[in-house]
Design a protein around this ligand. Structure first.
Ligand SMILES: [Zn+2]
Length: 321
């Protein structure tokens, strides 16, 4: 068994929202630079496939998918950017990038639920956790993590699937997909208040299956680790998922330009290790991680290395992280 697979595709760098946009193609290079280190040389790389429409339809209505397809086609024809919301646009390379980002999430679930690997990391963009069932926003088109979790239920017979989201922004899209589905659990640590304005503490979903562990602006390692230890990890373990999906956003880092949290590189290794330990106790170690945000390229490279190191760690190594 391979410990940790890497799913990626060069087409994910072909999604370009124009000069100066923080969700830029160079982010993919920053992540892949981390994985170029000798310690990751033995990890198996797999090509992120194009997603099947019926997998997108697990969380997105057909009308939404048709509308997005038409916008992608227009961007292709006009060879220019077509705006989806105030800060999200698509260009000629965006359709393939978005389809491979969601396709990576589905393929990673297939590999992990099928027993080919315990864990997988999807180095893909655009990110997904702000995409609601019928609305793209916040740099996101398809709700990749929600699709992964739903795919585990529908295609692999998982009874329950969880998403842990440590991106600094609340994943309103994932929450919207999960809030009425008791078989899905969503836990988020995020700065609040901050974009997109959701993630209010106290929202709990239809079956106590939503946990919004909001952090105040300026929160650092201590506040983040406290929220994980006292709230996210205990509820995650009680939920006893058959698969844990991580929405791996690295923008709560102290160097990130889009928010005001103060996490260090090491916090990403620590949080990942603790989630993997819960996975080892509840679901034979099955974790699928999908890249979300992270806009300081240096911090993104360093944090990704910490994250993937923890994903590939055995139990003895985890205890030291
Ligand atoms: Zn974010």
């Amino acid at each position: 068994m391979t410990d940790c697979l890497i799913f990626t595709h060069p087409a994910c760098a072909g999604h370009d929202m124009g000069p100066g946009h923080p969700e830029q193609p160079a982010r993919l290079k920053a992540v892949l630079d981390a994985l170029d280190a000798p310690e990751f040389a033995d990890l198996e790389r797999r090509e992120a496939p194009i997603v099947a429409r019926d997998r997108l339809a697990l969380v997105h209505p057909g009308l939404y998918l048709d509308r997005i397809d038409a916008i992608f086609a227009r961007a292709e024809t006009e060879k220019g950017l077509v705006r989806l919301d105030a800060d999200t646009a698509v260009g000629p390379g965006s359709q393939e990038a978005a389809q491979r980002a969601a396709g990576a999430a589905v393929a990673a679930v297939d590999a992990v639920m099928g027993g080919e690997a315990k864990r997988a990391f999807c180095a893909v963009r655009p990110p997904g956790h702000h995409a609601e069932p019928d609305r793209s926003m916040g740099f996101c088109v398809y709700s990749n993590a929600a699709i992964a979790a739903m795919h585990a239920l529908i295609a692999h017979g998982a009874h329950r699937a969880a998403v842990v989201d440590f991106d600094v922004h609340h994943g309103n899209g994932t929450e919207a997909c999960f809030e009425n589905e008791p078989a899905l659990f969503y836990a988020s640590t995020h700065q609040w208040p901050l974009y997109p304005g959701t993630g209010r503490p106290g929202v709990s979903g239809v079956a106590e299956n939503i946990l919004n562990a909001a952090l105040p602006p300026g929160a650092g390692s201590a506040e983040f680790r406290h929220a994980m230890e006292t709230r996210v990890l205990p509820m995650l373990e009680r939920f006893a998922p058959d698969l844990i999906v991580i929405s791996a956003g690295f923008d709560a880092h102290k160097d990130d330009p889009l928010a005001d949290c103060d996490l260090e590189d090491a916090d990403y290794g620590w949080a990942t290790a603790r989630v993997v330990e819960v996975a080892n106790r509840t679901c034979a170690g099955r974790v699928v991680s999908i890249l979300e945000g992270g806009y300081d390229l240096g911090a993104l490279t360093r944090s990704t290395a910490r994250h993937v190191r923890a994903l590939m760690a055995d139990e003895a190594a985890l205890a030291k992280i």
